[in-house]
Design a protein around this ligand. Sequence first.
Ligand SMILES: [Zn+2]
Length: 280
Amino acid sequence: MRNALSVDVEDWFQVGAFETVISRDSWESLPRRVEHNTDRVLNLFDAAGVKATFFTLGWVAHRHPALVRRIAEAGHEVASHGWDHRRVFTMTSAEFSKDIADARDAIEQAAGMPVTGYRAPSFSIDARTPWAHPVLAEAGYAYSSSVAPVAHDHYGWRDSPRFAWRPLGDAGLIELPVTTVDVGGRRMAAGGGGFFRLLPYAFSSWAVSRVNKEGRPAVFYFHPWEIDPEQPRVAGAPLKSRLRHYTNLSVMHDKLLKLLKTHQWDRTDRIAAAEQERLS
Ligand SMILES: [Zn+2]
């Protein structure tokens, strides 16, 4: 079974965990590594023979249009990760509407292709943002992959469905939540990011197989900075954030290659279309 593979294209200083110590005003002055790291991801996908979706920040697309063009020309999907990683539940619906419009303009201009998918920064569409899916549908998006149906300290919408669902009813936009598994009565995020990097390889690989046995595609993601052990260290960040951010960066590349070769992967827009078909 094909699973949805995705990369959230943002730089080392743009992650939610460092938001309190690195202000958006300082971003412009920091050394950017996203282009180099994303090129390494493209090489990795080429080596594994897989196509994927790159949920890209408008801020990044605006500054690195050639990178976005290379992603699209390699046959991958370029989709939106919002403008500057502001979490959806911190915005009004009007601010959200502007954020996704600005991001899409920058990404489409760079890619030369239409953007039809969106992933909220830090999976920040939840019970607090009932207007978010309607705003995306109104803007013409085909799918969203923005919800984590778990209880977690930074994010989560515990009571939302584990698998593809239609937030607006029968027609239109589909939501593809990040993969979770129930282990010993507890629901765990198992769709990548820090979980894939910090936990043993066997757990993530088992989770993909487990979800496939349930007849559903897994939805997996990671970040370009996760394969960059040389990135600058953020000194003032909380210990928990630093542990999560810097552990196992050097093993990530090979761990990913193994996962990519063990399971079947595809772009998120194609998985979303197949799930739409199944729900019809
Ligand atoms: Zn992100």
